[in-house]
Design a protein around this ligand. Structure first.
Ligand SMILES: [Zn+2]
Length: 340
């Protein structure tokens, strides 16, 4: 974002905050605000991660949770949703905190921060990858792209993309290649990931880039956190056949329930991809609620199986000087300037 734009953004944030226009309690009173985190990585690891925009540091997470706590006590999705449905607060939002993908870093770095603040959250697990030391496909792709570009092997990358008839990308990086890969049918996408991983000459992501195992998920559940389903294989569900879709939503639920001995009440659409058919399958499978990645907060008119969320990364609460800023966070969550 350009310097002038960030100056305008921060000045607007300060002004609106001074006159109370972006006050979270006022702006989002009576609504359900669900925040989304993905990775929680110390700065040294975030620099090595191909999608730094998906990561906050433990310090940033702590700052942001304290900010939320000043407005309402955050809770996991299912209990927050239930209490909000029964009686929305009149003078504050109901706040839920969610983490997608059940990454090991959440266990290692987010858990102590949550404990420190006395906050319970929801962790959405893609069941097939739990405990396998296998990274999700977008991470494998991201690390492979980064590795190839680092080695100056751009041509390999370009060739693999054009072999699959993907358009020529103006800027080659992990993000743009991943976005392009999402447009491919599942089979071809997996094929592309494997081809690029093979081209790097390595087969794995770094050791710290694994998902949690069942023991770690069980510990989180015992702490009082909610474990929700993120499907079986992080497949983009609208692309799935009827049979695969049903298995993704039904089997992921029953397998977590068997392993952890507690009900799975909420679902998170991989990549946020949801259409009417997918929503219907999740509803039929018996989930009480499901979350998408559509930006925003929820009114009682919103479908419980297509709840909006506010994804959070440090760019959303750090000002142009690199300082953690309450007025910046308030502006972002107010929804007044979603592009800023
Ligand atoms: Zn995910």
């Amino acid at each position: 974002m350009g310097r002038v734009r960030t100056l305008v953004r921060d000045t607007l944030g300060t002004l609106l905050s001074a006159i109370g226009m972006t006050d979270l309690s006022r702006r989002q009173a009576g609504r359900l605000l669900v925040v989304t985190f993905h990775r929680v990585l110390p700065q040294a690891l975030r620099e090595k991660y191909p999608f730094p925009g998906l990561a906050v540091t433990p310090e940033e997470l702590s700052w942001f949770l304290a900010f939320l706590k000043d407005h309402a006590p955050p809770a996991p999705l299912a209990p927050a949703f239930e209490s909000w449905q029964n009686a929305p607060a009149g003078n504050a939002p109901t706040i839920a905190v969610t983490f997608d993908d059940a990454q090991w870093d959440n266990y290692e770095y987010a858990r102590p921060v949550l404990q420190h603040h006395g906050i319970k959250a929801t962790f959405y697990a893609p069941v097939n990858a739990v405990g396998t030391e296998q990274s999700l496909w977008h991470d494998r792709l991201g690390f492979a792209v980064r590795e190839l570009l680092g080695k100056g092997e751009e041509h390999q990358l370009k060739e693999a993309l054009s072999d699959r008839e993907l358009p020529c990308l103006p800027h080659l990086d992990s993000d743009s290649v991943t976005q392009a890969a999402k447009t491919l049918p599942p089979e071809q996408r997996h094929n592309l990931v494997e081809a690029l991983v093979r081209a790097t000459g390595t087969t794995t992501c770094p050791e710290w880039n694994r998902l949690m195992n069942w023991e770690e998920l069980k510990t989180l559940a015992q702490d009082g956190h909610e474990i929700g389903s993120h499907g079986l294989s992080h497949e983009l569900l609208p692309q799935c056949t009827e049979q695969v879709l049903t298995r993704e939503v039904v089997e992921s639920k029953s397998r977590i329930e068997e392993r952890l001995g507690r009900d799975v009440l909420s679902f998170c659409y991989p990549n946020g991809d949801v259409d009417d058919r997918t929503e219907g399958a999740v509803r039929t499978a018996g989930y009480k609620a499901a979350v998408s990645t559509r930006w925003g907060t929820n009114s009682t008119a919103t479908s419980p199986w297509s709840l909006r969320r506010c994804d959070i990364n440090s760019a959303h609460f750090v000002d142009r000087h690199g300082t953690l800023s309450r007025s910046r966070a308030a502006l972002r969550l107010s929804g007044l300037q979603p592009g800023l």
